[in-house]
Write a protein of this length. Structure first.
Length: 554
């Protein structure tokens, strides 16, 4: 029977197979980076496998034993290092052994670090600008103050010579210049009537508004992407306005201001004509700062919108309260006249005012007025109109003269608020059934003649009160008969809209008056009210509506 030594080749083959399998698994683990494996493990396994293989083929166990001794020696050195070395240093050196230096990995780490630094810097800038914006809350001209701060900041960071910030006016669809600093040569076509003088050009630009097409500002606004123009002579969008040095265009950067992925403005940076172009770093800084500006201006705009709404609501409530006290609650009883009225005040508008002033037997003054503006602004003008007309209506002056007196007084006011008003003034003489009419602005006067059933607008539009002191108004003298009707109203009534966006119009008003001409003044006004309500349906209205109907009965 054979000795057990004769089967020694079988365990050697098994060991070689297991060694190769172990080596393969460790290679896979290394490639997939699932675990840290010391570099000494791989040569140790290969030496051991090689020794066993040579022993198997040579039938000399000495080579297997010798390879095992070498492996033990290598592993003993590794174990000694583990036993006596610093764990932190060992971890670093182990990483170096397990993951040899890779140039691509180093580049990735550098890029990652750069992106991290960029993100951190942008975050810090966002926080800084948002905090700065919040410091303007409650201040007068808060938006202007913050724009000036950002203007100075971005000029400093990009080494620009000038900066202009423009914001979109949603209502008029234009870009309005809101902040300018430094030297900003105009890259757009200057108006022909602007002298080529630095102060005039600069002043013109500060108060300019630009359409969203046909100029470089509108084109880049619509593009919605930042632009770095290094050579303005090669960009067809830039207009060179003249040979003067201060008009020569240099490098520009234009960065759109975004709000929820919608462009809301434009930051424009300039350098003098002989200056070096903006570098990629300058461009990147400008874009980053503008992004931070976009985030910071959102809460400021929201705060200003809420504040303005609350202020207007408060003012509007007060104005509406006082407006009601100035409109006659009851129509005075007047011989030979049948009076009708209809008035609807919109919340916080306070624009319409009408009055009936029985001065004496031969003069009854009817007033219909539509004051420009809203809230307290229109209320102040309304109070002035009412006081003056009640004071002077008892004189012997004509209707046109009365309006001219009021106009001069209103124009003499030296405040900055709008003080314009459309006024229809009707002086009725009950002794001879005549009327003298004078109008300013857009309040019409309509006459229905019972004799032939005709109806027409007898007034014409002209300059409102409060524009120019020297404005002259004209008188319209008419003779009235029993059954004739005079009607005056504000444009809020004629321009009220139905659900399809169609205006009520003067034609509809005239049809209602003519159809109901046999009724008294009060009932005619009620018919107009019902007709307007039916016409408008559920459509939202935004302006006061007022109507006066004067029917001659005697």
């Amino acid at each position: 029977m054979d000795s057990i030594d004769s089967f020694i080749g079988i365990p050697i083959l098994i060991s070689i197979t297991l060694g190769l399998l172990l080596f393969g698994l460790l290679i896979i683990a290394k490639i997939r980076n699932t675990s840290k494996i010391s570099a000494i493990v791989f040569p140790s396994i290969l030496i051991f496998i090689a020794g066993l293989a040579y022993s198997f083929f040579s039938q000399k166990m000495i080579f297997g034993i010798f390879s095992a001794a070498i492996v033990e020696f290598l592993l003993m050195i590794y174990a000694f290092v583990l036993a006596v070395s610093d764990p932190m240093k060992r971890e670093k050196s182990g990483d170096a052994l397990a993951n040899p230096a890779n140039e691509e990995d180093s580049v990735d780490k550098a890029q990652l670090k750069a992106e991290l630094n960029k993100t951190t810097k942008l975050l810090e800038t966002n926080i800084e600008l948002t905090q700065k914006a919040s410091s303007f809350f409650g201040q007068e001209d808060a938006l202007s103050g913050f724009l000036e701060h950002f203007n100075n900041l971005i000029v400093e960071k990009t080494l620009a010579d000038g900066c202009a910030i423009m914001l979109l006016d949603d209502y008029d669809e234009i870009l309005a210049v809101k902040s300018v600093s430094g030297i900003f040569p105009p890259p757009y076509k200057l108006p022909e009537d602007i002298p080529h003088k630095p102060l005039r050009v600069e002043t013109n630009f500060k108060f300019s508004q630009f359409e969203l097409e046909g100029n470089i500002f509108g084109d880049i606004f619509n593009l919605g992407e930042p632009v770095n123009i290094k050579d303005p002579s090669r960009d067809k969008r830039i207009v060179q306005n003249g040979p003067e040095d201060f008009l020569k265009c240099g490098p520009y950067m234009f960065i759109p201001v975004k709000g929820q992925d919608v462009t809301i403005g434009l930051v424009c940076l300039s350098r003098k004509a002989d200056s070096m172009p903006f570098t990629p770093v300058d461009f990147e800084n400008a874009v980053s700062l503008t992004e931070a500006f976009s985030n910071a201006i959102k809460p400021l705009n929201s705060f200003l919108s809420v504040t303005e709404h609350l202020e207007l609501t408060k003012e509007g409530d007060i104005a509406t309260k006082y407006q009601k006290t100035m409109i006659p609650e009851k129509i005075p009883v007047l011989n030979s006249l049948s009076i009708g009225k209809y008035s609807t005040q919109m919340e916080n508008v306070c624009g319409d005012y009408y009055d009936i002033i029985p001065s004496r037997k031969d003069r009854i003054t009817f007033v219909m007025s539509d004051v420009a503006g809203k809230g307290m602004n229109s209320l102040v003008v309304m109070i002035m109109l009412r006081a003056m007309l009640r004071l002077i209506s008892n004189t012997n002056q004509s209707s046109a003269t009365l309006l001219e007196w009021v106009n001069k007084a209103i124009c003499s006011e030296k405040n900055s608020m709008d003080h314009f008003a459309s006024v229809a003034l009707i002086n009725y003489n009950s002794l001879d059934n005549s009327a003298q009419i004078s109008t300013s602005g857009t309040c019409p006067v309509i006459l229905y003649k019972s004799q032939d059933g005709s109806i027409q607008k007898i007034s014409s539009e002209c300059e409102p009160i409060g524009v120019v002191k020297e404005t002259k108004y004209s008188d319209i003298d008419i003779q009235l008969e029993s059954g004739d009707i005079l009607v005056t109203c504000t444009d809020g009534l004629l321009e009220c809209l139905n659900e399809s966006g169609v205006q009520y119009s003067l034609d509809n008003l005239q049809k209602v008056i003519k159809t109901n001409c046999k009724l008294n003044g009060k009932d005619i006004a009620a018919k107009v009210k019902d007709n307007i309500k039916k016409f408008c349906g559920n459509a939202q209205q935004y302006d006061d509506q007022s109507l006066l109907v004067i029917k001659i009965q005697g």
